[in-house]
Design a binder for this molecule. Structure first.
Ligand SMILES: [Zn+2]
Length: 147
């Protein structure tokens, strides 16, 4: 083994400001960085997967949904996040880069997806008797929006 990057990491455990599910589309990585900075979050449990919260909007038993719920449950157990953040975005390849006639229709579609995803997380919250807040984010090329 060869050390390729000497760098100190904080060995202390932490409580997370948020556990956030974000799409791995790198066009929106700077937006996430800006959000974390503006919110002043010190510790973020980041679950970065294709489609972001899309997998949580799926049917019970679907692989993506099971996987994401397990990741969130682990974050809750290990880092007690104050909130769960759910993100979807415009022109997402995981959705097949859908086109909409109007921005209202696009907003309606993604609002519905986020609602389904938050209901999935609600089941987990109920099972864990948790009061963690759920935040629903929609990103487009103009910025970040919260429902
Ligand atoms: Zn995406």
């Amino acid at each position: 083994m060869q050390t390729i990057l000497p760098h100190p990491s904080d060995a202390h455990h932490y409580e997370a400001d948020i556990c956030i599910i974000w799409c791995f589309d790198d066009r929106f990585s700077p937006l996430l960085g800006e959000l974390v900075a503006r919110q002043g979050w010190q510790h973020v449990d980041l679950i970065k997967v294709a489609g972001g919260a899309k997998g949580l909007a799926g049917q019970p038993g679907e692989t993506d949904r099971v996987y994401l719920l397990d990741q969130i449950a682990k974050s809750i157990k290990l880092h007690k996040p104050r909130a769960i953040g759910l993100m979807v975005h415009a022109d997402c390849g995981a959705y097949g880069s859908p086109k909409f006639d109007t921005s209202e229709k696009e907003q309606e579609f993604f609002a519905n997806e986020l609602q389904k995803a938050s209901m999935t997380v609600n089941h987990l919250r109920a099972a864990e008797s948790s009061q963690i807040a759920i935040r629903k984010f929609f990103a487009n090329f103009e910025g970040l929006h919260e429902f």
